[in-house]
Design a binder for this molecule. Structure first.
Ligand SMILES: NC(=O)c1ccc[n+]([C@@H]2O[C@H](COP(=O)([O-])OP(=O)(O)OC[C@H]3O[C@@H](n4cnc5c(N)ncnc54)[C@H](O)[C@@H]3O)[C@@H](O)[C@H]2O)c1
Ligand SMILES: O=C(O)[C@H](O)COP(=O)(O)O
Length: 313
């Protein structure tokens, strides 16, 4: 097969293994989309992270030779899955690669929020020695509610099991998913009991999932963690709820204003709610790195190699 990489592979295994198996690999990791589109028709497979949307235009440009799109990573919200299916193009992703690091990042964010680690660090660096206002809250006495109990939710529950907290999970599309790490819960039960809520749902059908009405259905003020997708949370409504202490703190690896070109945006020009998140000492913000670890890159490479070769050899 002839395979084109549209993103730089962060681990060499996939390219090396494909070539060793007799396939050819071309790397176009820095070309603009307009330059790449005319090349696609001569390839059987595309490997990419999220540099380009795999939309109708791109799939049509690739044409009938294309057999697969391998998403190096997890989220497929930038891929027109339905059109790919229609065309008979198989789409692979590799949650096996990053599920451990996402879970660790999630738990890390919880610990940061509950123990004010970000703020305390900033204060000490600024020469302040504030102790009583930085008193922590122990995870072991809390109920953590996971929303979405797929790869990331399940791994997070496992990591939490050592902390002694109660873990409940709500998943809208799964049945009988409770296990030794988390108790299955309805959304209503989770909203009645959770002290910490961590989002692990995909974007499709979940734009604005966290909105003011949803937040107000919680019995107690809670901490929110989002490592899923930024547009799952309505930031303005999150900020409103934080101002009224309905949400005690928020740890966001992803945010609503994030775009593929986020690095090109001027953060100072983003809307007011984003500026609130930047200013608040009750937030922890990371630049969409929950799924990024050295180990995850190798995991993505090995997972995709297995999936591609199982399907096409
Ligand atoms: N921040 C990062 O770096 C990073 C890394 C990897 C994945 N992610 C995100 O995490 C998401 C989850 O990944 P995954 O591999 O666990 O996906 P998954 O498909 O295995 O699990 C998602 C689960 O959410 C459930 N779900 C969907 N909508 C729901 C809703 N409204 N209410 C309750 N449950 C719902 C689904 O039934 C599914 O079981 C990805 O789609 C991606 O957006 C982020
Ligand atoms: O879905 C994922 O794998 C993560 O969100 C990382 O996405 P990226 O590979 O597009 O940075």
């Amino acid at each position: 097969m002839k395979i084109i990489f549209l993103d730089k592979a962060a681990h060499p295994f996939l390219q090396e293994a494909l070539e060793a198996a007799g396939h050819s690999v071309d790397i176009y990791s820095s070309c603009a989309r307009a330059q790449v589109l005319p090349l696609l028709a001569e390839y059987d497979g595309i490997v990419l992270r999220s540099r380009f949307n795999v939309d109708r235009e791109l799939l049509d440009a690739a044409g009938p030779r294309l057999r697969f799109v391998a998403r190096w990573g997890v989220g497929t919200d930038h891929i027109d899955l339905e059109y790919a299916r229609e065309l008979g193009v198989t789409v692979f992703n590799s949650p096996e690669g990053s599920k451990h690091t996402v879970a660790e990042h999630t738990v890390g964010m919880m610990l940061m929020l509950l123990n004010h680690l970000g703020r305390a660090d900033r204060e000490v660096r600024a020469g302040k020695w504030v102790r009583s206002q930085n008193t922590g809250t122990e995870l072991q006495y809390l109920t953590v509610g996971l929303i979405g109990y797929g790869n990331m939710g399940q791994m997070t529950a496992r990591r939490l099991s050592g902390f002694g907290c109660r873990v409940i999970a709500h998943d809208k599309f799964r049945q009988n998913y409770g296990d030794q790490y988390a108790t299955q819960a309805s959304l209503e039960e989770l909203q009645a009991e959770a002290d910490v809520v961590s989002l692990h749902i995909f974007l499709e059908g979940n734009h604005n999932y966290v909105n003011r009405e949803w937040i107000d259905r919680f019995a107690k003020p809670f901490y929110l963690i989002n490592t899923a997708r930024g547009q799952v949370v309505n930031t303005a409504e999150l900020v409103g709820a934080m101002e009224q202490h309905r949400i005690l703190g928020a740890a966001l690896d992803v945010n609503e204003y994030e775009e593929q070109s986020f690095v090109k945006l001027n953060p100072d020009e983003l809307p007011g709610p984003y500026q609130y998140l930047r200013r608040s000492d009750r937030t922890v913000l990371t630049p969409h790195i929950a799924g990024w670890s050295y180990e995850a890159e190798e995991g993505h490479a090995r997972t995709l190699y297995r999936k591609i070769t199982e399907a096409f050899v």
